[in-house]
Design a protein around this ligand. Structure first.
Ligand code: SF4
Length: 343
């Protein structure tokens, strides 16, 4: 099955600098776009530097949105299922206070908490940490009726992200999946996560109505951002950061470009953001997951579209390469091939 990663950076590009000499900078490392460079030159009444413009046009092709197609064959899918079953057993047997993985702390957002409270004895008192939402209900068709898959037994029903968390560090899994804690981020620190979730929201809207323009998406973003601010979901600092430098316009453009790239050679959107579930082979346990989109290609085959947004790197091709071995999409392929939709 074809897996198509679509990566996007929903951050606004930097405006080219105007140097002390009055010239518009032609810094090769500037995180800007060809359009913004031309506009700045226009505003300054200067001619564009053609060589620099060509550099930016070349850079634009993969600096903001990037698509990466890969193939999940039966071997990869089956081996991901094999690994998932082993993780599932390990999660089911995990101890009440699972061990930390100190080798993974460097890149972990719980680092200061584990450092100051290594036995997690005061986890309910951790600062800026709140209870996460309860896991959503999973209902499946059962004969002529339906049944709910219970989620209270650890390891009984797992998702690729739960597996990733356990594989990285068992304590991390316990913090996020057993004790269900999440960090509350405020101000500018919250903006990357908000941009990611707003972009995903726009992509979901586009899957329902492909005719939406960047302008329509921009209007939706404006309404959403104001609502979030009024409901105190984001503070003023985060709100200002979101709208600064045409942030909402850029996010809308990015979502539209990501969607257009995702739809290359696609004739039909089969599913968008629908949870799937499957019984693990030879077991009574379950795997569940939500592929961003399942589509049908012009050759009649199904494909999975997986969107990723980032604010950490400008090198999207390198990031795409990192996702190449991520088993989540192989498990999604198994869910599409062998699983069923939930409701
Ligand atoms: S959760 Fe695990 S990886 Fe993260 S800081 Fe704690 S011990 Fe380290």
């Amino acid at each position: 099955m074809l897996i198509r990663y679509i990566l996007g950076r929903p951050t606004p590009p930097s405006k080219p600098q105007v140097l002390k000499s009055g010239k518009v900078s032609t810094n090769l490392r500037a995180d800007t776009t060809a359009a913004l460079y031309v506009k700045t030159c226009d505003d300054q009444g200067q001619d564009v530097d053609q060589t620099y413009l060509e550099h930016l046009q070349q850079r634009d092709q993969e600096a903001w949105v990037f698509g990466y197609d890969m193939w999940a064959d039966d071997t990869l899918t089956n081996s991901a299922l094999y690994d998932a079953q082993h993780y599932q057993k390990a999660i089911a047997k995990s101890s009440l206070l699972p061990p930390k993985n100190g080798f993974a702390c460097e890149m972990c957002h719980w680092r200061i908490y584990c450092e100051s409270d290594p036995m997690a004895s005061d986890i309910d008192g951790w600062l800026n940490v709140e209870e996460a939402k309860e896991p959503s209900t999973i209902r499946i068709k059962y004969g002529r009726t339906s049944k709910e898959i219970k989620r209270d037994r650890r390891g009984f029903v797992i998702s690729p992200s739960e597996m990733r968390s356990f594989a990285k560090c068992q304590r991390l899994w316990a913090i996020e999946y057993r004790w269900r804690k999440r960090q509350v981020s405020e101000g500018k620190k919250a903006v990357a996560r908000i941009r990611g979730s707003l972009t995903h929201h726009l992509l979901e809207m586009l899957a329902k109505d492909q005719s939406l323009t960047s302008h329509d998406l921009r209007i939706e973003l404006g309404i959403r951002a104001i609502e979030m601010h009024e409901n105190s979901q984001i503070d003023s600092e985060a709100f200002n950061e979101l709208v600064e430098n045409d942030g909402l316009e850029e996010m809308a453009e990015r979502a539209r470009s990501m969607f257009d790239l995702a739809m290359r050679d696609v004739v039909e959107i089969v599913e968008s953001e629908r949870r799937r579930v499957m019984k693990m082979p030879g077991s009574k346990k379950w795997l569940h997951g939500i592929p961003d989109m399942v589509v049908r290609l012009t050759n009649g085959q199904l494909a999975i579209i997986e969107y990723k947004t980032t604010s950490k790197t400008k090198n999207l091709p390198a990031l795409a390469d990192k996702y190449r071995t991520n088993p989540a999409v192989h498990l999604y392929a198994a869910l599409v091939r062998h699983g069923q939709l939930t409701f």
